[in-house]
Design a protein around this ligand. Structure first.
Ligand code: SAM
Length: 334
């Protein structure tokens, strides 16, 4: 649950929904013409400098008496976001309250900024980044998170053992053997110094009935890549760094991942790490990883899962991921 609207309508549409007067289609086209021109001219909507600046401001805000973040828009608009971590609001049920979590980044793509539906709801905006707070629902007195917001398993040993067993299952699988074969046999494999894995999720399940272990298998894949790429390059695996970023990581996740020598980064720092010697991994991310990566880097390889809506791949800047990337693996998942 977000404190501000996060619905990311990724494409322009003309559907008529209730909106304040003055937000008709012609005005929308006029107001967003500049954004379209910038995109057509190849102006990046995300840059490493902009992300580094936001990262610095978010870290500064943690220790500031008046925590504020200044965001600059593509056409010069400026927005100041007041950080309100820990502030509470009355919950809908008596005895409950919402609590604002640490600030999160909303990444707003070209598709979003030129969406008529988004314009009808919020009006013109040239901000490709915004900051918002997600909220959690808890008991007003005990401060215990309500079901749906808390984890079903808290024991670090259970999660650790489950992760170990997922690694073993993965390493015994046909897919593992295929991946190993691809990495070992391809000629001209680019030099790799980093694996950057985004949005692999928390390994702690919220419900035992729906514990699908997806996150554990995805982390197992990241570890495998580090090992087999390191071996191929004739180096110890220590020479290929593995970075992960997911705001959902819990203290349990962090402590387990550290034991595997995986470096956990705060949003947006993992994006900043991506360069030409990086393998990027992401599966079903809640953030537009493709669009951000398309603007900031040309990684050596990307591994992702199939997207239901791939229209932007064929007419947007992300086209390079088909045309340019020497290696890419697309994992087809149900
Ligand atoms: C739909 S879940 C997918 C999780 C996992 N990859 C899977 O396949 O089950 C989306 C994930 O994106 C993560 N996410 C959201 N914002 C992110 C960000 N800025 N950077 C990295 N991950 C993010 C969420 O915390 C969540 O774990």
């Amino acid at each position: 649950m977000a404190d501000t609207d996060m619905s990311d309508v990724q494409e322009s549409d003309c559907e008529d929904i209730h909106c304040p007067p003055g937000r008709d289609y012609d005005t929308f086209m006029q107001e967003t013409a500049g954004i379209r021109q910038l995109y057509e001219a190849g102006v990046p909507f995300f840059t490493k400098e902009q992300l580094q600046d936001l990262s610095r401001q978010l870290k500064q805000a943690e220790n500031s008496d008046k925590p504020e973040i200044l965001i600059k828009g593509l056409e010069g608009t400026e927005e100041t976001f007041e950080v309100k971590t820990g502030v509470t609001r009355a919950g809908s049920e008596p005895g409950t309250e919402w609590v604002l979590k640490a600030p999160a980044i909303e990444y707003r793509t070209f598709g979003f900024l030129t969406s008529y539906r988004a314009y009808q709801m919020d009006g013109y905006s040239d901000l490709s980044l915004r900051v918002l707070h997600y909220m959690e629902l808890r008991d007003e007195v005990t401060k215990e998170l309500l079901p749906g917001f808390r984890y079903a398993v808290d024991s670090i040993d259970i999660i650790k053992n489950s992760f170990t067993s997922c690694i073993q299952t993965w390493e015994a699988s046909e897919s593992y053997a295929q991946l190993q074969e691809i990495v070992e046999s391809r000629e001209n494999f680019p030099p790799i110094t980093k694996i950057v894995a985004l949005a692999l999720g928390s390994m702690q399940p919220r419900s035992l009935n729906n514990w699908d272990h997806r996150s554990e298998f995805q982390h197992a894949l990241a570890l495998t890549l580090r090992d087999i790429v390191g071996k191929r390059q004739g180096e110890t695996s220590g020479n290929v760094q593995c970075y992960v970023q997911d705001p959902a990581y819990t203290e349990v996740d962090k402590s387990i991942l550290k034991t595997y020598n995986i470096t956990i980064l705060e949003d947006p720092d993992a994006f900043v790490e991506i360069d030409a010697s990086t393998i990027v991994l992401t599966f079903a991310p809640d953030v537009p990883v493709r669009q951000i990566v398309a603007d900031i880097a040309r990684p050596a390889m990307m591994i992702w899962n199939t997207c239901e809506e791939e229209r932007w791949m064929h007419n947007g800047r992300e086209q390079f991921m088909y045309d340019y990337l020497p290696y890419q693996l697309r994992v087809f998942s149900s």
